[in-house]
Design a protein around this ligand. Structure first.
Ligand SMILES: [Fe+2]
Length: 278
């Protein structure tokens, strides 16, 4: 895979003694052309993010969590129109997930697209279960619904990268993901919240362990899970000054990140949203 280096100087005269605050050298796991395409289309496919044992570890950890939270799962998947089971705050629940905090193949791309000061918006998962009823599909949606009409003079374009990491092959049986290229830049309309075909949509399929990185406002939907369970992680990044996703719910009281933060360095504290960065 082609890589390149991006160097940043943060123009901030606080913390002058700590060079890591000011100077960032990011070894980006993508080419400049790929980033350009990502900026234009709003998505970037990454095959083989996890392979072999690394993929198995994630699967095992998610399966274990699914068993632990079986009661919540059964409630979530019961209703009509359910999106499946969405366990949240994964970094608090298993070290295998906490180890993704500085996963360079995605974090480096987030830094290349949004600058060095990014934070985790969250790590959650979505599990779709097979069934006859076109179940556990999702309608068209986008993740940062904060755009007003009219746009104010100092409108802040919401940026976010959601890495949809698939632990099972995406195909007819599990349900592909569909996106509308370029829709992350549309400021005058929102995704229609239907399952209808939208002009220009493309269906994407990746192998287990691969990912589709999307801008958080790219219109996307998941096709129904028909025959085989579909396990996906959602690893999300925003600029460091954005709040954590409101959808994550409360952090577990004695979660792993709480302990981790006691010894965490500057970068880790920023990533977990525990450090001032201004
Ligand atoms: Fe989504």
């Amino acid at each position: 895979m082609e890589r390149h280096i991006v160097e940043y100087e943060v123009l901030n005269n606080r913390n002058l003694t700590d060079d890591t605050v000011r100077h960032w050298e990011v070894a980006v796991h993508a080419s400049t052309e790929e980033l350009q395409t990502f900026a234009e289309t709003g998505y970037l496919i990454r095959e083989g993010l996890f392979q072999g044992e690394a993929l198995e570890r994630l699967r095992d950890a998610l399966d274990h969590l699914e068993t632990q939270e079986a009661e919540a799962r059964d409630k979530e998947i019961a209703g009509k129109g359910s999106w499946g089971f969405i366990p949240r705050n994964l970094m608090d629940k298993d070290k295998v997930f906490l180890d993704l905090l500085k996963f360079q193949p995605t974090l480096s791309i987030a830094r290349a697209m949004m600058g060095p000061l990014v934070r985790l918006r969250g790590l959650s998962a979505r599990i779709g279960y097979p069934g006859d009823d076109l179940q556990h599909q999702t309608p068209w949606h986008q993740h940062m619904r904060v755009i007003s009409d009219p746009l104010p003079p100092w409108f802040s374009h919401p940026h976010c990268i959601d890495c949809l990491i698939y632990l099972d092959d995406l195909n007819e049986d599990t349900g592909a993901v569909a996106v509308v290229p370029g829709s992350h830049n549309w400021l005058d309309k929102t995704a229609p919240q239907t399952h209808e075909v939208v002009e220009g949509e493309v269906e994407l399929r990746v192998k287990a362990g691969g990912g589709v990185l999307i801008h958080g406002n790219l219109w996307h939907r998941a096709l129904p899970t028909l025959k085989t369970k579909r396990r996906m992680l959602i690893l999300s990044y925003t600029p460091a000054w954005l709040r954590k996703s409101p959808n994550s719910g409360p952090r577990p009281k004695n979660g792993l990140t709480k302990r981790f933060l006691k010894e965490a360095d500057f970068e880790e504290r920023i990533l977990l949203g525990a450090k001032e960065y201004h």
